[in-house]
Design a protein around this ligand. Structure first.
Ligand code: SAH
Ligand code: SF4
Length: 352
């Protein structure tokens, strides 16, 4: 038996046996371009279809779904075969449809403010498990299509480097989504950033900075002790040069911690020479970190302070906060760790 997104020409070779060669194309296009399960591939002869349906199985099982903003944002909690849980979010905007996917079950990086970090590490996802999240997102997005993918769900993509890069390559080759529309978000693992630069993939790199001096960043992001800011910024600069892509800095604004005038000045001093884009988002409160996010007026004044200093900054849409879109929070609720999520029994709609 193989996993849905492990379907490829060589795995189909034996499954298709004596069937004509075009059946292979029908299956691959059916799965990756029409987002249909093998049982739904009605162009195949019935006997072949039921054999494929038995041999090719999804790796993810839907556990819970919650929606926000008149269903513009939907978040899923999936169980993997071994019981590990991951989260995927689909965000529908007027001009784009973004899927936010997980690359690991849990995370070992231990950022103090992050629900996933607070829950600890489960395991790496396979490329098939990463990609199947996009399969389900595509089905739910219909009649629209997923236009953008962000590796910003659970886990640290560069700590699962090979599978993350394999999934990125197949995002383009199998799903037909351009790498220019993929963002990989990292806590700042320098060797991973350097390897990624050498792949020469036109992927946007988002670095979760959150603090622009080592003392504060060591506290918020423990990995900073291993990969301090000066080295990280140098790796970012090399990445931007190697790929001609602008770096993004993610900055979760935490009231009284990293939202002061001095923080804006330190951040602008790092970001401006790099030409980096700064994404600001108020911290989403988590059970394990009793500090609140910056209030909207202060978020706006932090952003305008950055702009006055010549930095490029936008305030990110906080859509989905009411369904706890910050990573790790839905699984925490399901495990009984917080307020109950509004979970509907509605299943993910069938492919079109
Ligand atoms: N591990 C990677 C990608 C997943 S985290 C990384 O850290 O970049 C995705 C983003 O959510 C990161 O920018 C992370 O810092 C941010 N984040 C985590 N917890 C948050 C919270 N409680 N509020 C706001 N953003 C949060
Ligand atoms: Fe891991 Fe990213 Fe959360 Fe840090 S913010 S614990 S790196 S998922």
């Amino acid at each position: 038996m193989i996993k849905l997104c492990d379907t490829d020409p060589s795995s189909l070779e034996s499954l298709l046996g004596g069937h004509p060669g075009y059946r292979k194309t029908q299956v691959l296009e059916g799965v990756y371009r029409s987002h249909r399960l093998p049982a739904e591939l009605t162009t195949l002869p019935r006997e072949l279809r039921s054999r494929l349906a038995a041999e090719i199985q999804p790796a993810l099982t839907l556990v819970a779904e919650s929606a926000a903003g008149s269903d513009d944002t939907v978040k899923w909690l999936f169980a993997l075969e071994d019981g590990q849980r991951i989260e995927t979010v689909l965000m529908r905007y007027p001009d784009r449809v973004t899927a936010c996917v997980s690359t690991q079950a849990g995370c070992a990086m231990g950022c103090s403010f992050c629900a996933t970090g607070q829950g600890g590490f489960g395991r790496n996802l396979s490329a098939a498990e990463i990609l199947e999240q996009i399969f389900w997102a595509e089905r739910a997005a219909k009649p629209r299509a997923v236009t953008h993918v962000v590796f910003m769900g659970m886990g640290e993509p560069l700590a699962n480097y090979d599978r993350t890069v394999a999934a990125a390559r197949r995002l383009r080759s199998d799903f037909g989504i351009s790498l220019r529309r993929l963002t990989i978000s990292t806590v700042g693992i320098i060797p991973g950033i350097r390897r990624l630069a050498a792949e020469k993939m036109p992927v946007t790199l988002a670095v979760s900075l959150h603090a622009a001096n080592d003392e504060l960043r060591n506290e918020l992001v423990p990995m900073n002790r291993r990969y301090p800011i000066a080295d990280l910024v140098e790796a970012c600069s090399d990445y931007a040069r190697a790929t001609s892509r602008r770096i993004s800095f993610e900055w979760a604004l935490i009231s009284g911690v990293n939202d002061r005038a001095r923080d804006a000045e330190e951040l602008a001093a790092l970001a401006t020479p790099l030409g980096a884009h700064i994404n600001l988002i108020p911290l989403n409160p988590t059970p394990g970190y009793p500090v609140i996010g910056t209030a909207p007026p202060e978020v706006a004044s932090f952003a305008s302070h950055l702009r006055r200093l010549g930095a490029n900054a936008t305030v990110r849409d906080t859509r989905g906060r009411e369904i706890a879109a910050a990573c790790g929070q839905l699984s925490m609720r399901e495990a009984g760790g917080g307020r109950p999520a509004r979970v509907s029994a509605r299943s993910i709609p069938a492919g079109g």
